[in-house]
Design a protein around this ligand. Structure first.
Ligand code: DHB
Ligand code: MG
Length: 225
């Protein structure tokens, strides 16, 4: 029974990717670059990539900020949702990861309107005030930094901007009542979820859409005053 269900689940997952989010050569290359460069295989799924594109189009995104580039896989999905004169900035703490991400974006033919900046998010974010507002902000970096990134995302957004955070579920512990007794990641992600769920400046939802429903996105739209 469980096996039948697992098989049906695997079939559905694959068919949804085939129908809605097939990878092209550039996306496949970005995924493979992760492995080839000994980076963790923790990029978003194709359906998450497509969802980011749908959200970007819904808010007419012309400027997108990503916190955490990894190998540029999500960056390709995001930057491809922009109009020709749009801009995509990704912040990445690792110089090596940034180089891999730049190569991925170049392979996708979108190097001209994309930029990967190297450094800790907390150091790079203040300078972005001069380049705000960003229409979509995607947070997918070190989990203990998520509350800092949320504070900055709110400063860099406009009413109608969308803020998305990956890994808002992490198999459940952040959602537990005793999340505050967990490690740094559980505590911070749990606090992130509770903040975006209750902040009157935001309308939010969290969706289990990765890792067989064990992880997913927290999606928030910034409300007007
Ligand atoms: C981890 C980070 C991620 O962004 C992710 O999607 C999955 C796992 C991690 O650091 O464990
Ligand atoms: Mg992630």
């Amino acid at each position: 029974m469980a096996n039948d269900q697992e098989q049906a689940r695997a079939f559905i997952d694959q068919r949804l990717i085939d129908l809605f989010a097939p990878e092209d050569e550039a996306l496949r290359a970005a995924r493979e670059a992760t492995q080839a460069n000994d980076m963790p295989a923790i990029e978003i799924s194709p359906l998450q990539g497509r969802l980011l594109q749908v959200l970007a189009r819904l808010c007419n995104a012309r400027s997108i900020l990503e916190i955490g580039a990894l190998a540029g896989y999500s960056g390709i999905w995001l930057a491809r949702a922009l109009p020709a004169d749009g801009r995509f900035i990704s912040l990445e703490v690792s110089e090596k990861h940034a180089q891999v991400a730049r190569a991925s974006l170049a392979r996708a033919g979108i190097a001209a309107h994309t930029e990967v900046r190297v450094g800790p998010g907390a150091e790079l974010l203040p300078a972005l005030v001069a380049e705000a507002p960003f229409d979509l902000i995607f947070i997918d970096a070190d989990k203990p930094g998520y509350l800092t990134y949320l504070d900055w995302a709110l400063k860099l957004a406009r009413p109608g901007s969308v803020i998305v955070a990956d890994n808002c579920i992490r198999s459940g512990p952040p959602l537990a009542e005793n999340y505050a007794a967990g490690d740094d990641t559980v505590r911070t992600v749990g606090e992130y979820d509770r903040r975006v769920a209750s902040d009157p400046r935001l309308l939010s939802v969290a969706l289990p859409i990765d890792e067989g429903g064990m992880d997913g996105f927290a999606i928030s739209v910034v409300l007007g005053s």
